[in-house]
Design a protein around this ligand. Structure first.
Ligand code: URA
Length: 240
């Protein structure tokens, strides 16, 4: 791979900035100063840029606690995206694994690993997603059964069986809190499921996706790299 791409993949700057800097100041590759941005390097090259060794990582994985008000996209000309929330330096090829609605909070994986994304999102794999939800309306045991049996939404969509756990009910406020586990991820799925039993979602937060659980230490808008243990849970190779 080209030296400028290597450095830009590792978040050192844009390709055009890097081309200029490499030509002007040079970069040490395996002990030799290189001023050609197209110089061929590999993941095992020893690249020293601005006095720091830049090791190449093919894939990177972040856990983000998505805040409300941000869209689940890589970039958008006008609006702040979930990838904008990842602190610099960061790779330019990051994207979110799936989408949460603008007003939904909680666990979102940000990565450049398309295979992981496919594994977690493919409808064939039925990955469990757990959400905390507050709704207007009083949830009952009957709703638990309806969710368990597989709801049919007003537009005819047949949902896979879902687990509903009612956490609390407030007759005074006419609201309920619950956790729901779904195994698919259709557009507005949770909101539409509750709507079909006459409850409007007031607040929605994703707590987990497959074996990956949202770190309670992450405030909305905060992110961090996945730990080696979390990567292993997702079946990812952990490099030491
Ligand atoms: N279901 C929804 O309705 N919205 C989300 O953001 C996620 C799941």
């Amino acid at each position: 791979m080209r030296l400028d791409k290597y450095l830009s993949d590792m978040g050192a700057g844009t390709r055009s900035e890097l081309k200029k800097e490499i030509r002007k100041s040079g970069v040490s590759v395996d002990g030799t100063v290189v001023t050609d941005p197209g110089f061929s390097v590999s993941a095992s090259s020893r690249v020293v840029f601005r006095g720091t060794v830049i090791a190449y990582e093919e894939f990177v994985y972040y856990m983000l606690n998505k805040p409300a008000g941000v869209i689940s996209a890589s970039e958008d000309g006008r609006e702040e995206t979930v990838v904008d929330l990842i602190p610099e330096p960061k790779r330019r090829d990051l994207f979110p694994v799936g989408r949460l609605d603008r007003d939904t909070e909680g666990l979102l994986i940000i990565t450049n690993d398309g295979a992981l994304s496919h594994r977690l999102l493919s409808p064939k794999h039925h990955v469990d997603k757990v959400y905390y939800v507050r709704v207007s309306g009083i949830l009952t045991g009957n709703d638990i059964e309806l969710f368990r049996d597989g709801l049919v939404l007003t537009d005819g969509l047949e949902c896979l069986p879902a687990d509903l756990t009612i956490l609390s009910v407030s007759e005074d406020e006419y609201t309920s809190e619950a956790e729901i586990t779904i195994r698919e991820g259709k557009f507005h799925q949770v909101k539409r499921m509750f709507s079909s039993v006459g409850a409007e979602v007031l607040y929605l937060k994703r707590l987990s996706m497959g074996p990956l659980v949202l770190d309670p230490g992450l405030a909305p808008g905060e992110s961090r790299r996945l730990t080696p243990d979390e990567m292993a849970l997702l079946g990812l190779q952990v490099s030491i």
